[in-house]
Ligand binder design. Sequence first.
Ligand SMILES: Nc1nc2c(ncn2[C@@H]2O[C@H](COP(=O)(O)OP(=O)(O)OP(=O)(O)O)[C@@H](O)[C@H]2O)c(=O)[nH]1
Ligand SMILES: [Mg+2]
Length: 319
Amino acid sequence: MIDDLISRMLKGDKRAVARLITLVENDDEKAREIVKKIYKYTGNAHVIGITGPPGSGKSTLLDKLIKVTRGEGNIVGVIAIDPTSPFTGGALLGDRIRMQRHSTDPGVFIRSMATRGSLGGLAKATNDAIKVLDAFGCDVIFVETVGVGQIEVDIVKTADTVVLTTVPGLGDDIQAIKAGLMEIADIFVINKADKEGVEATVFELELMLDLEKEKWAKRGWRPPIIKTIATSTKGIQELWDAIKRHREFLEESNEIKQKRKFRVEEEVKTIVSSMIAKRIGEKMQDDELMYLIDKILSRELDPYSAAEVVLEKSLGVKV
Ligand SMILES: Nc1nc2c(ncn2[C@@H]2O[C@H](COP(=O)(O)OP(=O)(O)OP(=O)(O)O)[C@@H](O)[C@H]2O)c(=O)[nH]1
Ligand SMILES: [Mg+2]
């Protein structure tokens, strides 16, 4: 079944893409099989993370960006991560799905992914879904996340280019930006530039960027600040041009190789830990190991010594 889906996907069948993403989302074993089979077709897509506070206009921007990049003949994939924050859950759903109108275009694939149960699972599922879209032939893959939680930040970190959106009158957002998002942004967007206070926000951001002048000089890339009105077309072409310039910078500076190396290392580590956790979780249920728990409870054994026994018995590893 998987072989059939993959061969249909490689021929451009979007329904097969959707099925494959559902499988990588819901079934660890199948995800493993799928990624093993499609990996050789991946590595071509430019992955662009779009993150920023709820309601800052990420989806509206994406809707316009899809149009511009499609106009250049690119095959486009979009993964929208549903917010985990209780403050945004379910809000503005209509806006979020507006970009779905592009779904009838055979060169655009849009998927929304929700957090189900384990949060770590979302990062893994997103990564695997990106691989499916990459193998499908997407030249550009956008990943939209609300930059509130660590998980979303982790997801967006795996993008080649990170676009951070904000709106005039930063207020509390500036704290969030300072508290970590700043570090990961390659491009800043001040959306809703039709609202008051745009220039003050540009000024504030420039000041923040100035604090790290040396870092930008050394790196050869200072994040540009682009003003957009996503509800019209103002700034959209400039934003797309900045994204392309960043991609060129990554290629020329070799940063892309380092980023990808780091990403692959992280990915393998994550997979290994989850495989070990699963194996140990299963093994711990055996009576053979359950007695250890009783021994810890009766103070005959300490948790570290028990862990050593568990590792040795389940994986044959001595630590
Ligand atoms: N005035 C103005 N409104 C905008 C602009 N861009 C987006 N909006 C409006 O802002 C609201 C939120 O836009 P979305 O695109 O859904 O924002 P989002 O960041 O994707 O929101 P979440 O996914 O819920 O975090 C919508 O009502 C948009 O029409 C803009 O440039 N100017
Ligand atoms: Mg959105």
